[in-house]
Each structure stands twice: as structure tokens, then as C-alpha cells.
Design a binder for this molecule. Sequence first.
Ligand SMILES: C[S@@+](CC[C@H](N)C(=O)[O-])C[C@H]1O[C@@H](n2cnc3c(N)ncnc32)[C@H](O)[C@@H]1O
Length: 276
Amino acid sequence: MASEKFMILDPAYRKLQKLKELVREENASSKISAEIDEVIDLLKARYDYCEGITSDPSKDLQQLMHSTFHHQWQNDHAEGKLSRVPSTIMMSGKLEAQFLRSLTSLCNAERVLELGLFTGCTALAFAESIPEDGKVVSCELDPYIADLARSFLDKTSCGKKVEIMKGPAKSSLEILAKKKEQFDIIFIDADKKGYITYYKTIWDLGLLAPKGTILVDNVLFHGDPYSKEGRTGEIGQSIINFNEMVRKDDRVHKIMVPIRDGLMIIRRKEDVDRQK
Ligand SMILES: C[S@@+](CC[C@H](N)C(=O)[O-])C[C@H]1O[C@@H](n2cnc3c(N)ncnc32)[C@H](O)[C@@H]1O
């Protein structure tokens, strides 16, 4: 069940697991323990129910996700191909990938820019919802991960629509702007500390096409913005700062969607507010 992987991002779920431990240590009544288990199961059931009703990803997307989960990351690290073992929780998964596909089709997007490719799950999701002559440009810092993603994408029918730019996302944004490229959707999902810079650069360099949409992942980063747990330290603080900056940005209409680790949808105000 997907909930087993992702529920750990929810601080309420983590607190309940802790409470369950406490109850066990204190030898509290089995009734209390059973009630706690039920609440935990309900949280997981809601996630699994949403996933269960949601359309299944294409066979290609399922295969790519499977390859990511079963890749020998430890071996790559031991052989020096990766400086650390990446966590596969970085990959968005079925529910969010399908949500992004719906948004892509709703926006009639033809050109998508992604900051943060990893193994290509969301890049492929976007590619599957744009026209045949559309393009997804995805930026990835780690050259080994970029090549691995390329090999995964090359096994899919829409992978050819994905163009990978290796290197820091900020430099890629500058290169794209010099070429006067613009995108209907820009998905920010790279290093969280860079979010403010990416957001400002996108506006400053005019990378968002008219009527375009910016999507930002992990805006509820492990619950830190509202739980004040400080679980993720500086990274969580960067997300809090980013969210505040967007909240104060009067040029845009924004909505924070509590899907998985939080997704923000940002559009120019005039594209959403049509009343005089
Ligand atoms: C959360 S993962 C992306 C997940 C992917 N969008 C998905 O849902 O399947 C973030 C990726 O950004 C990459 N990254 C980190 N810092 C970066 C930077 N400065 N520029 C470009 N990519 C970066 C990481 O190597 C990692 O692969």
C-alpha cells in the first residue's frame, strides 16, 4: 500500500505512532491501544482509498516507478557513482503523478519545464499529457541520475518528448531564457533551499508563458510549515520562507493543495480573477 511509504511525511501520523509506543510502554488499556490503531488505519485508509479510485498510471509509468524502487541504489553508492543513497520517497508516486497529468490537460499545456528530474516519474507523467509535438524540459544536477532517468525514459513511448538538461537548475533557467523559451507549466521540485531563487528567476527572466502555471512540490515539507516541529531543520525553514514569500506576492493567485507532501498551484492573478 502506498500509504505505508508516504504517511511518514504527515506529523499527525508520526505523533500517533509515538503515542502507540507510549501506550505500550505504560501498559495502558488494550482498548486505548486499539483505538489508536484504528485512527492510524483510518489515516492510511483515506490515502489508499484516494489512490484506489484514481486512474491507474500507464504501463510505462508503472514500470518506471517499479524500476526506481528496485534499483540497486546501495551498489551505485558503494561503487562511487552516487555521493549518497537517494531516497525513493523523492519520487512523487501514483496519486500526485495523476494529479499533475490532470492539471496538464486542464491547462492544455504543450511545453513543460521541470526543475528536479530524479528518475523521470513526473517528467513522464507530464509527457503523457502533452501533444505529440509538445516538450518537457527537465533539469537535473546529478549526471549519474540524469543518465539513469534517460535510460528509464527511453524504454517508454512518450520518453522522447523529455529533454534533459544536466547541471544546476539556476544555470539551466538562464540558458533557456537566453534562447527566449517559455513554458505553459513550470514544476519546481529540485533542492528546497533553491525555491526562492527559482521562483524569482522564473519571473525575472520571463520564463512563464502567458496564461502559464507554476506548480511547486513539497510545500508542506514533512509538516514543518504548520507543525513547527522543526524536524527537517534548515530545509523546512526554506520552505516556510518560500511559502511566506508567495503568500505576500500580490501578482499571483495561489492555492496550497494538501496532496502528498503539499503542492502549490500559482497563476497570474488576472488569469484567475475575472471579476471587475
Ligand atoms: C524530489 S527529486 C525530483 C523528483 C521528481 N520530480 C519526481 O517526482 O519523480 C529532486 C531532484 O532534484 C535534483 N536536484 C537537487 N539540486 C538540484 C539543482 N540545484 N539543480 C537541478 N537539480 C537538482 C536531485 O538530484 C533530485 O534528483
